[in-house]
Design a binder for this molecule. Structure first.
Ligand SMILES: Cc1cc2nc3c(=O)[nH]c(=O)nc-3n(C[C@H](O)[C@H](O)[C@H](O)COP(=O)(O)OP(=O)(O)OC[C@H]3O[C@@H](n4cnc5c(N)ncnc54)[C@H](O)[C@@H]3O)c2cc1C
Length: 571
């Protein structure tokens, strides 16, 4: 059952109307009678100042929180029942914490579950547990919620004016800006330029609406069609190193880079991580990672990597976003990294954790419609736009399978277009099973996209059946592409040895028949993750022969730091 607002109606899907800055109180209980009763009691006392939302499962409540987050809405208090099937109240609150760390958390328990509630105080930083029944609410419920609201208001999570993005649904740059903000966990509110509120904002910003998007930051600055670096600087993301010299520069903020930053900083190395777009890398775009150790119920990539980013920052790593590294220089014992704007930063050591980037779908019309109905990744940002739509996904590997499962929750139908004869060779068994259990997903094997067409947005796809050679044109507004990835490492050319596909060679893979790499000076063989340049290491998907998994990327990030220590001790 979905989340409902006042009077049992679902909360509005679009941005909140102008002037509506009410923070939400969310309650989740699998018993519909109890759920209604809690919401009714809350509404009676807090309904005027707060939006009261209720859900009947942890999953629905999390979806609602994520939607609220994307819209930049505020959540003040979350009340969760402990005993719920699939996901209990503590598990739910643990995940909810990642979405709204500042919201106050209350667990509703029966007397028999007091022990679990006490455990939850440590696990999910529980603010309060409330024994059921809570009648009369004046005595048992309201004093608790009052105290929670006071604490929330006194904290720095009280309402902050959020960034506003005014754009066009089918503008590629509008879509990229939303993706950038969402992936960097910057709350924003989206306004369509053809809606009255969007037009009012454009007028206030002095824009005629011809150049979109227009971004209005929390302090009221207006940015027209901003590039990522400009946007990052204005919304408070660090973009400039605070020092000239570090012990360790980590390039790339995916799982490998975040792993390296956490271990490097926690072990006392002056560490800086430099990321081109947003931390999280490929993993940050995964709707559900189910095979990462320690998360038996799966974890969204955004959640996992946001935790890692916070962890790296907690240990003192500097994290720069929207900074593209375009060169690596060796200057004596220093290793220098050059940014796209020509500035540089130096360190004793470097870890390359640049992963891989989506391969582009090569068919007429696709490039022109990218960001306007054709998306690479982006499933999390565009999910809301899929509501009631027929969605196509190209790809037969796990990333495509995860996207299909995730988008099936929103879309009317999802069609997976797979070039091979079956999914078995390319997709994990658990995902194939999940897909088989979802009626709205269909699979077209032996199928490739040969053209995309449309005016200001995607309108149709031409599909070819590779077994018969026949083509068919289908109406389509949304196409998500997951057709593998390539390392974008050309900028390392002539400095670091790579294989024929651009993956970085390291350790034993560097030594042709036992020989050391050409130009190698130290009186030792390269360490396991060390590249052809001493003191420069590689971790994760960018490494030749790597496993292409979150766990191995994180592990290699940690291991590379251990080798950095060894290098520094002997240098
Ligand atoms: C949709 C999806 C679902 C997935 N699901 C799973 C799963 O369920 N389980 C699993 O184990 N694996 C999964 N994977 C694979 C997993 O995400 C990757 O193996 C993992 O992210 C690799 O981590 P990495 O840090 O090596 O590289 P990446 O995650 O690719 O991160 C590299 C980062 O480096 C940045 N970068 C690149 N070049 C530069 C540069 N020159 N300057 C600055 N920054 C740069 C990029 O912007 C990127 O953020 C999935 C992948 C995708 C795409």
């Amino acid at each position: 059952m979905p989340v409902t607002g006042p009077g049992g109606t679902p909360p509005a899907a679009g941005p909140a109307p102008a002037g509506q800055a009410r923070s939400a109180i969310l309650t989740v209980d699998d018993d519909p009678g109890v759920s209604r009763a809690v919401a009714r009691d809350l509404r009676r006392r807090y309904g005027e100042k707060h939006r009261i939302l209720r859900a009947e499962s942890g999953g629905d409540a999390l979806n609602a929180l994520r939607r609220l987050k994307l819209r930049g809405d505020l959540v003040a208090v979350i009340l969760a029942d402990y005993r719920m099937p699939q996901m209990n109240g503590i598990e739910f609150l643990e995940e909810a914490m990642d979405v709204y760390p500042g919201a106050r958390r209350v667990l509703l328990t029966a007397y028999a579950d007091t022990g679990a509630a006490i455990d939850a105080i440590n696990k999910v930083d529980l603010d309060h547990y409330l024994l059921k029944p809570w009648d009369p609410p004046e005595e048992k419920l309201y004093p608790v919620v009052d105290a929670m609201l006071d604490a929330w208001l006194a904290s720095d999570h009280q309402p902050v004016p959020e960034t506003k993005v005014v754009g066009h649904r089918w503008s590629a740059r509008s879509s990229a800006v939303r993706e950038f903000l969402a992936r960097n966990q910057v709350p924003y509110r989206w306004y369509s330029a053809d809606q009255p509120e969007g037009q009012r904002l454009l007028a206030a910003a002095g824009s005629d609406g011809r150049a979109l998007p227009v971004v209005i930051t929390a302090d009221g600055s207006v940015l027209v069609e901003p590039v990522d670096a400009e946007l990052a600087g204005q919304v408070g993301l660090a973009t400039t190193p605070s020092k000239d010299f570090y012990d360790l520069i980590v390039i790339g903020g995916g799982p490998a880079g975040l792993g390296a930053a956490v271990y490097g900083a926690s072990e006392g190395l002056r560490t800086i991580l430099v990321e081109r777009t947003a931390t999280g890398g490929q993993a940050g775009q995964s709707s559900r990672i189910e095979n990462y150790l320690g998360f038996p119920d799966g974890v969204s990539g955004a959640q996992l990597t946001d935790r890692a980013r916070r962890q790296a920052a907690k240990f003192g790593a500097e994290v720069l976003t929207a900074r593209d590294v375009v060169g690596l220089e060796v200057r004596g014992s220093a290793r220098g990294v050059r940014f796209a704007d020509g500035t540089t930063v130096d360190a004793h050591t470097v870890i390359l954790a640049t992963g891989v980037s989506y391969r582009q779908l090569d068919a007429p019309g696709v490039e022109e419609l990218t960001g306007r109905g054709v998306y690479y990744g982006s499933t999390l940002t565009e999910a809301a736009a899929c509501a009631g739509q027929d969605v196509y996904i190209v790809g037969g590997a796990n990333s495509a399978g995860q996207a299909a499962v995730y988008l099936a929750r929103h879309a009317r139908s999802v069609t997976l277009l797979v070039r091979g004869r079956s999914l078995e060779k390319s997709m994990s068994y658990y995902l194939i099973q999940q897909i088989a259990g979802i009626g709205s997903i269909s699979i077209r094997t032996c199928t490739e996209v040969v053209a995309a067409a449309g005016g200001d947005h995607l309108e149709s796809l031409t599909l070819r059946d590779t077994s018969t050679g026949t083509t068919q044109t289908v109406d389509a507004q949304l196409l998500f592409v997951f057709i593998g990835a390539a390392p974008l490492t050309d900028w390392l050319d002539g400095v670091v040895a790579r294989d024929s596909r651009g993956f970085v060679l390291a350790g034993p893979d560097l030594a042709a028949e036992g020989n050391r790499p050409s130009g190698w000076v130290p009186d030792r063989a390269p360490y396991h993750l060390e590249t052809s340049v001493p003191g420069v290491f590689v971790a994760g998907d960018a490494r030749a022969e790597s496993a292409k998994r979150v766990a191995s990327a994180v592990g290699e990030g940690a291991m590379a730091v251990m080798l950095v220590h060894r290098y520094l001790e002997k240098a």
